[in-house]
Design a protein around this ligand. Structure first.
Ligand SMILES: CCCCCCCCCCCCCCCCCC(=O)SCCNC(=O)CCNC(=O)[C@H](O)C(C)(C)COP(=O)(O)OP(=O)(O)OC[C@H]1O[C@@H](n2cnc3c(N)ncnc32)[C@H](O)[C@@H]1OP(=O)(O)O
Length: 230
């Protein structure tokens, strides 16, 4: 059976800030110390650090949890997927162990700098996101595909807290362009569930909440372990 929601999130819910990353074995005897990308680094702006500190405060009573975030998936997640859903014709075990999360594959500060916080009771995921210079679309603004990506990842993690699911549908209203290098708040919440379907609503706002940049809805479908994906 796939691991329970609690077990899956235990992998991602972070240890206290600034501890070194966990050590995983990725299908070999090689030990890898993983950097937690959901912690401040020198590229983080003052706005991002301030918001991070505010959310860390909210974590103190246990209502919110910071999610740790790694370039490579934890071994147990990889194994779940390898066994249940990955087609060996397309992806070999060794390739799986080298694959990287798209949003964590950029040099520090140039791509997606973000940290997520989860509130289980509210079924809500908040992502504090600072775009880097390599995410430009129209000059001076964030590429629409990069915006779709951060929405997909945040709504995806919100859904993943409830079960292993994939995006089936994503609808985005781009209301105002997001200035490149600015910090925005991506706010997602499960709005409804029907069987294996998880409906997630999402908005992106400026830090002062005065500007609504984007609204989106997403449908995630929990994977059926008895069904092939390909
Ligand atoms: C999230 C992944 C987690 C990874 C773990 C890693 C852990 C930590 C690492 C960080 C992860 C970061 C999260 C990243 C999130 C990114 C997610 C992606 O990009 S994913 C990549 C991009 N996504 C993909 O590549 C997914 C490609 N698509 C698929 O593989 C499949 O279509 C499926 C799995 C989504 C559903 O298949 P199947 O299980 O066979 O489902 P059925 O046909 O039986 O339908 C069941 C019900 O759903 C309805 N319904 C279905 N579709 C739609 C729709 N479009 N419109 C409306 N409705 C739809 C359908 O009508 C039915 O309703 P009802 O009759 O019960 O009322």
């Amino acid at each position: 059976m796939l691991r329970s929601c609690a077990a899956r999130l235990r992998t991602l819910v972070a240890a206290p800030a600034r501890r070194p990353g966990p050590v995983w074995r990725l299908f070999s005897s090689e030990k890898v110390v993983h950097k937690d990308y959901g912690l401040p680094n020198p590229s983080w702006s003052k706005d991002l650090r301030l918001l991070f500190d505010q959310f860390m405060k909210k974590c103190e009573d246990g209502s919110w949890k910071r999610l740790s975030s790694y370039r490579q998936n934890p071994t147990r997640v990889l194994k779940d997927f390898q066994t249940r859903f990955v087609d060996p014709r397309f992806m070999k075990e060794e390739q799986m162990s080298k694959a990287q999360q798209f949003t964590r594959s950029f040099e520090e500060g140039l791509g997606f700098e973000y940290v997520m916080f989860y509130n289980k009771v509210e079924r809500r995921m908040v992502c504090l996101f600072q775009s880097g210079l390599h995410l430009q679309g129209v000059p001076g603004y964030v590429h629409g595909g990069a915006i779709a990506t951060i929405i997909d990842v945040t709504t995806g993690m919100c859904a993943y807290a409830e079960g292993v699911a994939m995006t089936a549908n994503l609808n985005i209203d781009y209301k105002k362009p997001i200035p490149l290098c600015s910090v925005v708040v991506v706010n997602c919440q499960i709005s409804n569930t029907e069987g294996r379907k998880l409906f997630v609503s999402c908005s992106i706002q400026s830090v002062d909440e005065k500007t609504l940049y984007t609204e989106a809805t997403a449908l995630f479908v929990k994977l059926d372990p008895d069904k092939r994906l390909t």
